[in-house]
Design a protein around this ligand. Structure first.
Ligand code: SAH
Ligand code: SF4
Ligand code: F3S
Length: 456
């Protein structure tokens, strides 16, 4: 990179990212914040002057990993000091930082700073304080607006696809979920700032943007004229930006699938025919206990409507099994919903009891082995659907955006409109381009295809 200020000694930054796509975006933005201070990325914590763990609090396993990783980083730092290298700075960022800030500092004194997901624009200030070895080590205020206002306009772009956060936070308060507490209330970035960021990405060669939000389809940012923009309006404006040929968005709530967003799926070529719409359970009784504010039937109706607008739409979702009080019959309702939807892909999890959430105190916590057995059965069905969907692509011609080289010589890997990974030989020269590919076969996790015309 040439944008490092001259005269600054080069320092090394290592960021490890856990959790969702928004954390991936945040990690990139933290690197953007630190680049003007002379920090360049390394993928080895041993070489790093500054180490950031960007953490996830969604399930217990994810959150607990942080403490073992911190132990490892502390040992690496001790080794560096022994070798005469400068003492590295250790930061915990992300959702565990927000939820357990003081606890982290107490449990692992080696941590120099803790910074929540809405406060990472303050890292330079915290670094200066850490260097002086005094002052507050915790930044965890909810300041989404201040954060976005102070992020550098210049983003380092890694490839031809990029994430772009348009909305943060959640007001839904599903009874199992920590996100409303770690990310704060729903807040939408102004449309103009998003369009500027999207244009800058396109100028750097990005062809596909994924608009991110915890409830991205609740987007209600302000336009330049002061009016409220919906996600559909935002997608329409982004689709006009030359070079940005593909738009995706995630994650959505079923109750925020508005008619104009559904219509956009039928009208906008750039809006990819893939919808990640979590449902969590197929049992109305469990959905009520989850405080999801929708029923299995209303979910299926939404899916039907979007499929009318866009018949080839591929559906993805999230599921939780073993929620407190879930009976075998409730679980069967979930299996039936999965059969009715027919998923192209999906994520499924065993319920994890999260401190401070209403579900943690509910009666009827399901034994681990029961939940595990249900998870196995659900995943078998979901994988079967995914494999069938992928296999059904054989013989079709799909537009593929080539993203990166594959393992074979001259092979390239890209994505279909349905977010499937597509492997093609002799396509290395096509990275960054969208090219029709004849699909030859589909397996559980990817497709294979061949070029139709020599476009190079
Ligand atoms: N805002 C998004 C993502 C939330 S987190 C949404 O509403 O869909 C991603 C997924 O993690 C959720 O959809 C849910 O399936 C899962 N999840 C959240 N809390 C969980 C918990 N306590 N135990 C197990 N899975 C959980
Ligand atoms: Fe969590 Fe529910 Fe909000 Fe999604 S909608 S982030 S599952 S509270
Ligand atoms: Fe995890 Fe926070 Fe994302 S809890 S899933 S990193 S919003």
């Amino acid at each position: 990179m040439t944008d490092q200020p001259t005269g600054q000694p080069s320092k090394r930054l290592f960021i490890k990212t856990y959790g969702c796509q928004m954390n991936v975006y945040d990690s990139e933005r933290m690197a953007d914040v630190l680049r003007p201070l002379g920090y360049a990325a390394t993928d080895r914590p041993e070489d790093a002057d500054f180490v950031i763990l960007n953490t996830c609090h969604i399930r217990e396993k994810a959150a607990e990993k942080v403490y073992s990783e911190l132990g490892r980083l502390k040992a690496i730092r001790a080794e560096r000091i022994e070798q005469g290298l400068p003492r590295s700075t250790i930061a915990v960022a992300g959702c565990v930082a927000q939820a357990e800030g003081q606890e982290i500092i107490r449990r692992q004194p080696a941590v120099d700073m803790v910074v929540g997901p809405q406060a990472y624009h303050q890292i330079p200030e915290l670094l200066a304080r850490a260097a002086r070895d005094k002052g507050e080590r915790l930044a965890a205020a909810f300041e989404a607006e201040a954060k976005f206002d102070s992020l550098p306009a210049d983003r380092a772009v890694k490839g031809v696809t990029a994430f772009l956060t348009v909305q943060e936070g959640c007001d839904k308060f599903c009874s199992f979920c920590v996100v409303p507490y770690t990310r704060g209330a729903e807040w939408s970035r102004p449309a103009g700032a998003i369009l500027d960021e999207a244009r800058a990405l396109a100028d750097k060669g990005v062809r596909e943007v994924t608009l991110l939000g915890q409830n991205v389809n609740a987007y209600d940012g302000t336009g330049a004229d002061g009016s409220v923009w919906t996600l559909a309006k935002l997608a329409r404006a982004i689709a006009e930006i030359p070079g940005l040929d593909r738009i995706r968005y995630t994650t959505s709530h079923p109750n925020d699938m508005s008619d104009d967003l559904i219509a956009a799926h039928g009208e906008l070529d750039a809006l990819m025919p893939y919808l990640h719409l979590p449902v969590q359970s197929g049992s109305d009784r469990i959905l009520r206990l989850m405080n999801r504010k929708h029923s299995a039937d209303s979910y299926l109706k939404v899916i039907d409507k979007v499929r009318v607008a866009r018949p080839d739409l591929a559906i993805s979702g999230d599921f939780i099994v073993g929620f407190p009080g879930e009976t075998e019959r409730d679980f069967e309702d979930t299996m039936n919903l999965v059969r009715a939807v027919n998923h192209a892909s999906a994520f499924s999890f065993r319920y994890s009891r999260r401190p401070g959430t209403p579900a943690a105190a509910m009666p009827g916590q399901v034994p681990d082995e029961v939940a595990e057995d249900r998870l196995q059965r659900l995943q078998a069905l979901l994988f079967e659907q995914q494999t069938t969907f992928n296999a059904s692509q054989a013989g079709k011609t799909l537009n593929v955006l080539f993203e990166k080289p594959g393992r074979h010589r001259d092979q390239a890997i890209g994505r279909s409109p349905y977010l499937q990974s597509v492997h093609v030989e002799d396509a290395k020269g096509l990275i960054g381009r969208i090219v029709p590919v004849k699909i030859t076969s589909g397996q559980q996790n990817s497709l294979a295809g061949e070029l139709i015309v020599e476009t190079a």
